[in-house]
Design a protein around this ligand. Structure first.
Ligand code: 2F8
Ligand code: CA
Length: 207
């Protein structure tokens, strides 16, 4: 009787041990699968990080290219606009000759409205350029502030001059400068500012 009971207990123990072993094996298998999944996810995460870094770099390069293209397009747009409005490029400036006549002040207002001002002649090249147009034109020269002290519209004192013989001769009656004769050596005249004349605007495009 005792032997039978002992056998029974032994069989029960064995069966329980087998179940535990099976459960243990199953858990080991599951653990191993989870480890593999984890490793795969780690690899995938690392690949995604690399792709993300590459995309960030690519985005920065594209942004730079986009900014450059925008700058180029803006410059071209400005040039095209200037060309369409009959601005002529010379020596880092754009020049536009009027098609109507106005007083010196009104002429200047027209230039200012266009983001420009009356022409300032500060090189021999510019003096030649304006004279070859062969037109009487208001330029940005005046002694309205102090009689006899000629200044350009940017407030600088006139240093080099190309007055016509006998000019300036108008005293208080002639306080504005014009291109009168087309002799590049001596072409300026002082003239009454209220006289209506064609004029020339200058817009600086490079420093
Ligand atoms: O001879 C030069 C002289 O010519 C004219 O006066 C007669 C000019 N004035 C006008 O055209 C209004 C002067 O500015 C110029 O000096
Ligand atoms: Ca004069």
């Amino acid at each position: 009787m005792e032997t039978v009971i002992l056998h029974k207990l032994y069989d029960n123990g064995t069966s329980e041990r087998n179940q535990l072993q099976t459960s243990y094996n199953n858990l080991k298998t599951e653990q191993s699968q989870l480890q593999t999944s984890y490793n795969n996810l780690k690899t995938e995460q690392s690949q995604l990080q690399t792709r993300y870094n590459n995309l960030v770099e690519e985005k920065e390069q594209l942004q730079k290219r986009f900014d450059n293209l925008t700058t180029n397009s803006d410059n071209l747009q400005r040039k095209l606009q200037a060309y369409q409005q009959n601005w002529a490029a010379f020596n880092g400036s754009l020049f536009q000759v009027s098609s109507e006549k106005k007083s010196w002040q009104q002429s200047r207002q027209d230039c200012l409205q266009k983001g420009a001002d009356l022409m300032i002649i500060n090189s021999r090249g510019e003096q030649n350029f304006v004279n070859q147009l062969k037109m009487r034109l208001w330029i940005g020269l005046t002694d309205s502030e102090t009689e006899g002290t000629w200044k350009w519209v940017d407030g600088t004192r006139m240093t080099t001059s190309y007055w016509n013989s006998g000019e300036p001769n108008g005293g208080r009656n002639e306080n504005c400068g014009e291109i009168k004769t087309y002799d590049s050596e001596k072409s300026w005249n002082d003239e009454s500012c209220s006289n209506e004349k064609f004029w020339i605007c200058e817009k600086r495009v490079s420093p």
